[in-house]
Design a protein around this ligand. Structure first.
Ligand SMILES: [Zn+2]
Length: 378
């Protein structure tokens, strides 16, 4: 399965190709406005009026390579999302990956050739130069059959939409719905884009109480589970950004990564451990594979008073978790000094402004803090 870089595809995309793709998808033709922007029929929701605008180059309002539907959808989206929507109108389910492949197949592949999934061996030879041989230590999970994703319903669920997660992000992370068990479906992919497991979020209170909120999805008696500790959720989407900026915001849950992605789009540099522990494998991914130099720990707020005993106790728990990383990288923790979050909230739970404030106020942790504090509670 090739790995496509969506930004490289968008960059390579010409206006002529966009016209061909959108007419193939069902628009009977196109018009242009006075600025030369293309206007198509609203195939995004199945309408036929010419109200679907395409902004090829960035404008004051749009970031470029952007569609905007001025009627029913009244939203902006990328060509990948347009494929998903137009196909949905035709009764065909496209996952995000399928939509990206669809576009990739319509453009000059030479332009995107260089971003084929990097071979494992490249990392190895690079690391050998430094006398290390660590990449063999990262154990990837066994991929599962990609086709399983086709059985779910790709309708954005209000539980997530009402929780600071955008439609675009739900598409990007291939979030869908499984009616049989009333679960939101969350596919997990690894750094090679392989599908390695699927988790479901139960919506019925009774299920949440008896089984748990987030559990591996069970399809026909088979659990689509994987070792959560051998991956970092979101790595398939955010790894390029993280490698480029060498920073990572480490969160607990998938939801946190999706919220962060809704706030920052392509600038999202978050990943989730999917639990509250940081495993050795995850540390290897962060340090050896992603080569981060700065880690911000954004775990859930499990204290009521940031200056009280429960705050201190929790801080020490976090210290223990990040202790193995501190010698190799600058580490900070997001600490809610001013009570902007509720108890048990993730730092991403209260919107972008609150998160930015927490990021601004983050507290740097050094080895000194760890040894000092550690002697009291460990
Ligand atoms: Zn529309």
């Amino acid at each position: 399965m090739p790995y496509y870089d969506k930004n490289a595809i968008l960059k390579a995309l010409t206006k002529e190709q966009v016209i061909k793709i959108v007419t193939d998808l069902g628009s009977k033709g196109y018009k242009t406005d006075s600025s030369g922007n293309l206007i198509f029929q609203t195939i995004c929701h199945g309408g036929d009026s010419y109200k679907l605008y395409y902004y090829h180059e960035p404008t004051d309002q749009y970031s470029g390579r952007t569609f905007h539907c001025y009627t029913s959808c009244s939203e902006s989206f990328s060509i990948f999302e347009l494929v998903i929507r137009a196909k949905r109108v035709q009764g065909i389910t496209y996952t995000w990956y399928q939509a990206v492949s669809y576009i990739a197949n319509q453009i000059d592949m030479k332009a995107v050739e260089h971003i084929e999934r990097p071979k494992h061996i490249c990392d190895m030879s690079w690391l050998k130069k430094f006398g290390k041989n660590k990449s063999t230590d990262i154990i990837d999970c066994e991929p599962i059959d990609e086709h399983v994703l086709e059985m779910f319903e790709y309708t954005p669920h209000e539980v997530f939409l009402n929780d600071h997660i955008s439609r675009e992000t739900l598409s990007t992370f291939e979030i869908s719905y499984w009616g049989n068990t009333n679960q939101i479906v969350i596919p997990h992919r690894d750094r090679h884009q392989n599908l390695i497991g699927i988790r479901g979020r139960y919506l019925d209170e009774e299920d949440v109480e008896n089984i748990g909120k987030y559990v591996p999805l069970n399809i026909e008696g088979k659990f689509l589970s994987h070792k959560l500790s051998h991956n970092l959720y979101g790595i398939h989407i955010n790894q390029n950004k993280i490698k480029a900026c060498r920073k990572c915001l480490l969160l607990e849950s998938e939801k946190g990564v999706m919220q962060n992605h809704s706030y920052f789009g392509d600038d999202d540099f978050s990943l989730a451990v999917c639990g509250s522990e940081i495993s050795d494998e995850q540390i290897k991914l962060l340090l050896d594979y992603l080569k981060i130099e700065e880690l911000s720990l954004g775990f859930d707020k499990e204290y009521k008073d940031p200056y009280g005993w429960d705050g201190e106790l929790y801080k020490n728990k976090l210290f223990k978790k990040i202790r193995p990383i501190i010698p190799y990288c600058k580490v900070s923790i997001l600490w809610d000094k001013e009570g902007v979050l509720d108890y048990k909230d993730a730092p991403t739970d209260k919107g972008k402004e609150t998160l930015l404030k927490l990021l601004d106020d983050k507290v740097e942790i050094t080895m000194e803090d760890i040894t000092l504090e550690g002697t009291y509670y460990v």
